[in-house]
Design a protein around this ligand. Structure first.
Ligand code: 1CP
Length: 354
């Protein structure tokens, strides 16, 4: 029996799950990357009491933040409150989220010996707080709202491990890849095994779909993507539990879309640097997620509505569109604008059931 057939009908037939399977929906489902975050007053109040890592590691609080965002916004899916970098700790990396500099990895990878020391992760054990948060969230969410689990894709995680934090040019990552290709592939293979197992453990704990975040892969040429990344992203995706849709997301990927499609995924996430209709024309029979520029949400209400209309026009009523931003919500975004966006998407996309 597949995973899907065991899901309650309320989840199985929800607009988001239907769109992941490219089935018709009565309106276009919408959720937003970083829908729980600093732009929300309730989140800032929570963060005044606990650090980001503490929040991620306290299941009741992570569940509260996840569900709170869904209820305030009226979105069609929840995404578990966690971070792509959490898996790096049990792998053996020293992770810190510093207030000013973003994430820091204090023991960045340099040599083959550094990679050999890394661990396979037993997610049920080492990331049990994520599984508990998923179970608590599933229990608290409305029965018709699917919960998305997620993991960082091998390239994006490798870049943090090698650079020691965020980066602009990815020089050390590329140097590693070009000068120690065998070590690179060993690192990517380990990240792929860990990510697949982590995603499947989240699905078993109660996530109905999973998103693979390859946020920074757009910094690679198509040839480098094919050689150094595609086999490993594909390995993650082919290893996921059948029946659990995979959303495969990256930014700056205009030159890589066909290759990302080749790597796999039921839904390909595109950012705002590509036209949605162009992306869909190139990708063919696959779902598309996106792709409003998050900066539009700091503009005025009528303008937001106009831009929603434009994206829906490009999607042209095709089955398999999941409305989202092209990247995460900006911290200066007014919550009321996000709520209005969700309403606009629902209202402007409503169609008769066929
Ligand atoms: O409170 C705070 O100051 C922490 C800010 C924050 C938040 C709210 C970070 C630190 N992570 C998160 C949550 C988070 N991260 C979610 C939660 C669910 C939701 O979307 O609502 C998700 C899905 C992520 C995933 C994530 N973390 C990505 C991939 C998505 C993307 O934005 O491309 C990446 C790259 C990270 C790394 C990360 N986490 C946090 C920061 C500041 C960063 C660095 C980003 C960078 O390198 O520029």
């Amino acid at each position: 029996m597949s995973m899907t057939s065991r899901l309650p009908a309320a989840l199985l037939d929800s607009p988001f799950m239907r769109a992941c399977r490219r089935e018709p929906t009565t309106y276009t489902p919408v959720w937003l990357m970083r829908q729980a975050g600093r732009y929300m007053e309730s989140y800032r109040r929570m963060r005044a009491r606990v650090s980001f890592l503490e929040l991620c590691k306290t299941p009741a609080l992570a569940a509260e933040v996840t569900v709170d965002a869904v209820e305030r916004l009226g979105v069609d899916a929840a995404i578990i409150f966690a971070d792509i970098l959490l898996i790096l700790e049990p792998m053996g990396m020293q992770l810190e989220f510093s207030a000013g500099d973003g994430p820091l990895l204090h023991n960045p990878l340099r040599t083959a010996a550094d990679v050999e020391r890394l661990q396979e992760v037993d997610a049920a054990e080492s990331l049990s707080f994520v599984m508990q948060a998923i179970r608590a969230t599933r229990a608290a969410l409305a029965p018709n709202v699917p919960l998305i689990g997620f993991a960082g894709a091998p390239f994006t995680l490798a870049s943090y491990m090698i650079e020691g934090g965020s980066s602009r040019q990815y020089t050390r990552t590329k140097q590693f890849m070009y000068t120690q290709p065998q070590v690179w592939h060993a690192l990517m293979a380990l990240l792929a095994r860990n990510a697949a197992h982590y995603l499947n453990t989240q699905a078993a704990a109660g996530a109905q779909a999973v998103q693979l975040f390859d946020s920074w892969v757009g910094n690679l040429s198509p040839a480098d993507y094919r050689t150094f990344v595609l086999p490993h992203s594909r390995e993650v995706i082919v290893s996921t539990t059948p029946g659990v849709p995979v959303l495969h997301f990256g930014t700056g990927t205009n030159a890589l879309l066909e290759l990302m499609r080749e790597a796999g995924g039921d839904v390909i996430g595109v950012d705002f640097r590509v036209e949605l209709d162009n992306a869909w024309q190139r990708l063919g029979d696959v779902g598309i997620q996106g792709n409003l520029d998050p900066a539009v949400l700091v503009a005025e209400r009528p303008y937001i509505r106009q831009r929603v209309r434009e994206i829906l026009r490009q999607a042209d009523g095709r089955s398999g569109h999941v409305f989202n931003l092209g990247h995460g919500i900006l911290p200066t975004t007014p919550v009321d604008n996000v709520r209005a966006l969700v309403d606009d998407v629902h209202e402007l996309s409503t169609r008769e059931p066929s």
